[in-house]
Design a protein around this ligand. Structure first.
Ligand code: F6R
Length: 396
């Protein structure tokens, strides 16, 4: 299968972002509300969301259930379990799953979990580091290069993918391969990204007292129902939030596991809505970002701040949010708080991920942009492959 099948890039002449050749003075103006379609018109939504990213987002509970089955059928054994660190090699939509798992497990992790988003391997890996290469397409050169080095060093390794060169390399090297089937976009496979890794580490005893997946699935189902496309904007917080972000740059804040969720929101806003977005972890943001909110003054209305919060957050973090509100409340009016809901950390994280995914697709629809294809990303991969040859290690 060609990488283009995964990323939805069809036409080499398509150049998104190219400025239209027009004399129309309005071509560069920011979007106006009257330009946006209503999110409550199923026909308009279908016309824009041609590959049904909204429907794909609703498959998260099914993916989680399937992921649990895959991980349970192929548990880690021997050298893969007897480890003192775990390094996950992954990029983009395949990496965020590991970041979310690290956030959920937090102090319950028995060994450090490093998420490596680069070519090669992180420093400091010893013979007892479990290397997990995760790539949805199995074709990501950064991940392939690190996996190759891990094999050369004979580190305990596992591969998680739908196929591609990663599956072939794992099979050739006799490395355990956890394979799932999903034809869509990598970022839309988040249920596998979180579910397989969480269950694999939990099954190996590398997460103490892990949260059960069942209640998390139920929490996600509830959230998806509450924010579903069929729920009208007046009763749908995800649609309302997309409207608030429309024409503005969303900046997402979170603490602990919710920092990983904030990162996921940012990447989904980028890839689905094709929108600028940023994220900031708490409490680090209190030491710099808070000071950077003043200039340029003309842009103060151009941002939209979202705080993704957990009712179980430590009191010192709640206190920080309260003081920030006190300091910035009147000035920074474009902001909302999203409270994650659910009976466990895993449930709240997955629920907040589901909500953010829907917000990002609703925002894409408001911008009248098909959320599924990531044409620039695909073009970049293709041009790099052409420039460097297809050998992953030579693409550095
Ligand atoms: C596209 C997406 C990307 C990819 C990334 C790595 O939907 O989410 O961020 O995840 O380019 O590709 P894979 O996941 O195939 O290793």
């Amino acid at each position: 299968m060609d990488a283009r099948d995964f990323f939805g890039y069809k036409n080499p002449d398509e150049e998104p972002g190219r400025r239209p050749e027009t004399d129309d003075e309005d071509a560069d103006r920011p979007p106006l509300f009257e330009d946006a379609v209503t999110l409550d018109d199923p026909e308009a939504v279908r016309r824009i969301d041609t590959s049904d990213m909204l429907g794909v987002a609703a498959q998260l509970p099914r993916q989680l259930a399937q992921a649990r089955r895959i991980a349970t059928a192929d548990p880690l054994t021997g050298r893969q379990v007897d480890v003192d660190a775990v390094a996950v090699l992954a990029m983009g939509g395949s990496a965020i799953g590991a970041e979310l798992v690290a956030g959920v497990a937090g102090e319950r992790l028995r060994v450090p979990l490093i998420v490596h988003r680069d070519y090669g391997l992180p420093g400091g890996l010893g013979p007892r580091t479990l290397v997990i290469a995760a790539s949805h397409s199995g074709e990501t050169v950064e991940t392939l290069s690190g996996f190759g080095l891990a094999r050369e060093r004979d580190l305990p390794a596992v591969a998680i993918t739908t196929g591609g060169r990663l599956a072939a390399a794992a099979t050739d090297g006799g490395v355990p391969l956890l394979r799932y089937q999903m034809a869509g976009q990598p970022r839309a496979a988040i249920g596998y990204g979180v579910g397989i890794l969480h269950e694999l580490l939990a099954g190996a005893g590398l997460i103490r007292d892990p949260d059960p997946v069942g209640p998390a699935i139920q929490a996600v189902e509830y959230l998806l129902e509450r924010h579903a496309p069929t729920v009208e904007t007046s009763a749908n917080p995800a649609k309302q939030l997309a409207w608030s972000m429309f024409g503005r740059i969303p900046v997402v804040y979170g603490h602990g596991a919710m920092a990983a969720v904030a990162h996921r929101w940012k990447t989904q806003l980028n890839e689905n809505a094709k929108a600028w977005s940023a994220w900031e972890p708490m409490p680090e943001a209190n030491h710099n970002a808070i000071e950077g909110s003043l200039n340029p003054r003309e842009l103060s209305d151009a941002l939209y701040v979202i705080e993704v919060r957990d009712r179980d957050e430590p009191t010192e973090i709640a206190e920080r949010y309260r003081v920030v509100e006190e300091l910035l409340g009147e000035r920074a009016t474009n902001r909302s708080t999203v409270w994650a809901e659910g009976p466990s950390g895993l449930a709240r994280v997955l629920g907040a991920v589901a909500q953010g995914d829907l917000v990002s697709v609703y925002l894409a629809i408001l911008y009248q942009t098909d959320p599924t294809p990531v044409t620039l990303l695909a073009m970049l991969k293709e041009r790099l492959a052409r420039a460097t040859g297809s050998n992953p290690t030579s693409a550095r």
